[in-house]
Design a protein around this ligand. Structure first.
Ligand SMILES: [Zn+2]
Length: 326
């Protein structure tokens, strides 16, 4: 069991999480961020979440903050979001959400649709697995693939260094890795990407589509012209595909170092209604709708970890210990 799962179990078993949820639910709501997820996990998570929360739209959740506090007997609202654009959403996520009758927002990067461009983080992951004996050079540092695969701290350091590079340098590193991937690997990666038809189908099933930039750069490391293109361009692209306004944006990566006032201003001016970060914690009365907080759900985390992510307790602990990616 991972250390973070063990801590989560202790917090749930001791009643701490229940107490925390009770204290927090007077006003406010959590948002969860998923990426690629299997059907069984979605089903289990929905069962658990519906016990404690009312899964709803972000418009409804935001409207509720201004009203009377949730009564102790009512479940607080919770918003579900899915990031990046995986073909498996149409098999694993959309049918489960439809069956449970709950809404969600799917944030997609147009460049990744149909695998036109391979997601840079998937290229890095695939390279690490294919070439464990190799090294990845990022600026002055060299990372052994094997050590990155074996040690969570080393993995964090690699991705931290990659994200800290100026965008052009970052793209050069990823391009270098991608050229070394065999064609069949790239074909397999393309098949994992959502298609344009999938996006239309997800919207047709009643779910919201949001923009997640064109190609998922770390916006704070890009030029203003690039930031404008990524934020405005992804909105325009999706609006042309769907023939309707795209109202929501999710900052790529979404951490404190990944976006700032400049990006928030561009998002506002582009005409979005709200934007989502990956800063943990609940959205309370003082909510800034262009910096909505979200808890990222660990792909293989335990149910207890999901519970402390949704309650906001995980976010509070992450501020103290940085063990999200352990
Ligand atoms: Zn993303």
């Amino acid at each position: 069991m991972q250390r973070s799962d063990l801590v989560a179990t202790l917090l749930v078993a001791s009643g701490m999480n229940r107490l925390w949820r009770r204290l927090r639910r007077a006003r406010g709501f959590p948002v969860l961020a998923y990426h690629e997820v299997d059907r069984e996990t979605v089903e289990i998570h929905l069962e658990v979440l519906k016990r404690h929360y009312r899964i709803t739209t972000v418009a409804d959740a935001c409207a509720g903050i201004r009203e009377e506090p949730h009564s102790p007997h009512n479940r607080p609202p919770l918003v579900l979001t899915f990031d990046d654009g995986y073909a498996s959403w149409t098999r694993n996520v959309v049918p489960a959400l439809s069956q449970h009758g709950v809404p969600a927002i799917f944030f997609v990067c147009p460049a990744f649709l149909d695998g036109e461009t391979l997601p840079w983080f998937e290229v890095v992951e695939r390279y690490l697995r294919l070439y464990p004996g190799a090294e990845v050079a990022v600026g002055p540092r060299r990372f052994s693939c094997q050590r990155v695969l074996d040690q969570a701290g080393e993995r964090r350091a690699l991705f931290r260094c990659l994200k800290a590079l100026p965008l052009e340098e970052h793209r050069d590193v990823v391009r270098q890795l991608e050229t070394q991937l065999p064609r069949e690997e790239k074909d397999a990666m393309r098949k994992r990407c959502l298609s344009c038809d999938d996006v239309r189908r997800i919207r047709g099933a009643g779910f919201e589509i949001g923009a997640h930039s064109l190609s998922h750069p770390i916006l704070s490391k890009a030029s203003l012209a690039c930031v404008e293109e990524e934020i405005r361009g992804s909105k325009a692209w999706l609006e042309a595909l769907l023939q309707e306004p795209v109202r929501y944006f999710a900052y790529p990566n979404g951490g404190r170092a990944d976006f700032g006032c400049r990006e928030v201003a561009v998002v506002r001016e582009a005409g979005y209604t709200a934007a989502f970060s990956a800063l943990p914690g609940w959205n309370g009365q003082d909510v800034d709708r262009f910096r909505l907080r979200r808890a990222v759900v660990a792909p293989r985390g335990s149910i207890h970890r999901l519970e402390i992510a949704a309650s906001g307790l995980l976010g509070r602990l992450e501020d103290v210990w940085r063990w999200r990616h352990d």
